[in-house]
Design a binder for this molecule. Structure first.
Ligand SMILES: Nc1ncnc2c1ncn2[C@@H]1O[C@H](COP(=O)(O)OP(=O)(O)O)[C@@H](O)[C@H]1O
Ligand SMILES: [Mg+2]
Length: 277
């Protein structure tokens, strides 16, 4: 360091986003409603991207019902709760998930909601996350269900949000509401759809069509379809056994569908490094 240059005060650095491109490598997995397969999708997408040679961080931001560790049977020594309590830095709670070839930051289940945290603390945590994100090709975030702005505020400007919906009426209305409030807050938000638990491709397309039509009509925005994942009984099996789905059922329908989703994402986005995907 040039001794004539005054050192930048540490606190200021931490309170500002790392750079103009920070967050571009972030994929948020969101839904209006719980129980649509968001956590499973976040894990399996991270796993699939890692298999396609990306360096991936999976971040559990579902502070109310964090359960990435539960689905994978992980026993992390430290989690996000220790970061929030200011015991350690975020980079110190990264757990290596060797089997999947990607890194995980385990959430802090039952420790209250993101909304309880206070704006300033949340903003500090976001800065820490975006700085850490620069070490990765991709960061996949399992956002909590719900419409509160605190949940959505983890979404960086340049990142992409995959809204997961199923053909259940409540999932459709909640996905629509999620897109609506997100667009009101940030009209340039990059919102895309993934249909989960589809009986088959055609039914998934119909579900997408209904949701896209509502968005087009009332929001003047048509979120693109990124993928359809079929209903697959191998998923509850893998979750029950607390094993990574792609390791246990690599040839299953849902595994193929998530690989296709990962490929689509890679084709349609530029990696943070600026290299074509
Ligand atoms: N494509 C699918 N086919 C069958 N079951 C699924 C599928 N996706 C998710 N599930 C089941 O849905 C349940 C909820 O999944 P989870 O990932 O916890 O959802 P969320 O995070 O949205 O609450 C799990 O029991 C899982 O087995
Ligand atoms: Mg979940």
């Amino acid at each position: 360091m040039n001794p004539s240059m005054p050192a930048r005060p540490k606190k200021r650095v931490a309170l500002h986003p790392a750079s103009a491109t920070a967050g571009r490598n972030v994929i948020n997995i969101a839904s209006g409603k719980g129980g649509v397969g968001k956590t499973w999708m976040a894990i399996t997408l991270a796993h699939s991207l890692a298999r396609q040679d990306e360096k991936v961080l999976l971040f559990d931001a579902d502070f109310g019902l964090a359960n990435i560790d539960v689905q994978l049977g992980l026993n992390a020594e430290q989690d996000l709760g220790d970061v929030v309590a200011r015991k350690v830095a975020m980079s110190q709670v990264v757990t290596k998930f060797a089997e999947g070839g990607f890194d995980i930051i385990v959430g802090m289940s039952g420790s209250g909601q993101l909304a309880d945290m206070g704006r300033e603390r949340l903003s500090e945590l976001k800065s820490e996350l975006w700085q850490l994100a620069q070490r990765y090709d991709r960061v996949v975030i399992d956002l909590g269900a719900g419409l509160e702005s605190a949940v959505r505020s983890l979404t960086p400007k340049g990142g992409m949000t995959l809204v997961v919906a199923t053909d259940e009426p409540t999932s459709l209305t909640d996905a629509y509401a999620y897109i609506k409030v997100s667009m009101q807050e940030n009209p340039s938000a990059d919102m895309r759809l993934v249909i989960n638990m589809a009986t088959d491709q055609r039914q998934g397309e119909r579900t997408y069509g209904a949701l896209a039509k509502a968005c087009r009509t009332f929001l003047n925005y048509t979120p693109p379809l990124m993928g359809i994942v079929r209903r697959d009984d191998h998923i509850p099996d893998a979750i029950r056994r607390q094993t990574a789905f792609l390791s246990r059922h690599p040839q299953s329908n849902a595994a193929q569908d998530v690989h296709a989703l990962a490929t689509t994402i890679r084709k349609q986005s530029t990696k943070f490094s600026g290299k074509p995907a």
